[in-house]
Write a protein that binds this ligand. Structure first.
Ligand code: ADP
Ligand code: FBP
Length: 303
């Protein structure tokens, strides 16, 4: 079974404005409220791909109830820990380009944090846990490490999609997959990345530091999969970009869901890329029909 963990879910409030004027009143052309947070996005795509999964994390207040309702309407199994404070709202402002303003997240107390840790004690060695997104400041910097310790004690495996210190600290514990985008990879090592050779060089460093598979996503330029044996490139299909929020999460869902079904990392890379692009070409996260229609255009080649 695949579990997703979203420590800091969000309502993604997508707002479209024509000719944004700072210091003035702007009227929205269009707005949309979507359940968000990286693990939740992974769960929604997994379920569209027909991969059984359970969504875990923290939800609170009226915003938390909105997210729970949408997930239940999509028949996703949820086991969130309830918190007092409201789940955050992240603003995704579309004004020709995309500007994102993400919230800090709610206050989470020790008892609530312990309740999530307790849920992971039911894992078995057949399970994969996808740990995705930022950590609310109230949980402290090492909360992922605490979860990883329990996941490992239970013999389960984990994928981690986060940035900075939290990602670096997770690597020695052998994640099945990490998926930095090209900007996050450069930031992680405090370097400028010039081209494909640099991407592969720093991707290999993540392998040396403990990751089993490194997927480097490059938005409209596709993705690189770096493994011990080989490096592969996947191209992106053609389409009109509508909303790239959640593209990376969709890619992780496609990759992990397919890897768990087939054991084939190349098939996983193809489905992951098609899923990411299908979301970039949709208003909300991708529907299965869109992913299936793009799949034949994605080719995977060794480098
Ligand atoms: N502009 C785009 N055109 C086509 N596919 C895209 C585009 N943006 C994202 N994707 C797809 O989604 C994947 C993940 O997107 P990316 O923006 O790199 O991740 P993240 O959302 O984590 O920053 C890409 O590898 C690609 O398959
Ligand atoms: O936890 P973070 O890093 O603040 O990110 C949360 C945001 O990331 C998203 O999950 C989208 O992530 P990606 O675009 O990287 O796939 C949004 O739904 C959410 O607003």
């Amino acid at each position: 079974m695949i579990y997703t963990v979203t420590l800091n879910p969000s309502i993604d409030y997508i707002v479209e404005v024509e000719n944004l004027q700072l210091d003035a009143l702007n009227r929205m052309k269009r707005d949309l409220k979507l359940p968000g947070g990286k693990g939740i996005n992974v769960s929604r795509i997994l379920s569209r791909l027909g991969v059984e999964n359970t969504a875990l994390g923290f939800l609170g207040g009226f915003t938390g109830r909105f997210i729970e309702d949408v997930l239940q309407s999509e028949s996703i199994v949820t086991e969130f820990v309830n918190v007092q404070d409201d789940t955050r709202i992240n603003i995704k402002l579309k004004h020709g380009s995309e500007t994102e303003i993400n919230g800090q997240g709610p206050q989470i107390g020790n008892t609530e944090a312990d309740a999530l840790v307790q849920k992971l004690r039911a894992l078995t060695k057949e399970d994969v846990v996808v740990l995705s997104g930022s950590v609310p400041p109230s949980l402290g910097g090492s909360f992922y490490e605490r979860l990883i310790a329990v996941i490992k004690e239970q013999g389960a495996r984990f994928v981690i999609d986060t940035t900075g210190e939290a990602l670096l600290k997770a690597l020695p514990h052998g994640p099945l997959l990490v998926k930095p985008n090209h900007h996050e990879l450069a930031e992680l090592f405090g370097v400028e990345i010039e081209g494909q050779e640099d991407l592969i060089k720093y991707g290999r460093k993540l392998l040396e530091m403990g990751a089993e598979n490194v997927l480097i996503s490059m938005a409209g330029d596709g993705a690189l999969l770096v493994t011990e044996e080989q490096v592969y490139h996947a191209n992106v299909p053609k389409g009109e970009v509508k909303n790239s929020v959640g593209a990376g999460d969709s890619m992780i869902a496609g990759f992990v869901g397919t890897l768990s079904k087939t054991g084939d990392p190349l098939e996983a890379l193809r489905t992951g890329t098609a899923s990411g692009s299908a979301t970039a070409f949709s208003d909300d996260l991708a529907e299965l029909a869109k992913i299936d229609s793009l799949l034949p255009q994605v080719q995977v080649n060794p480098i």
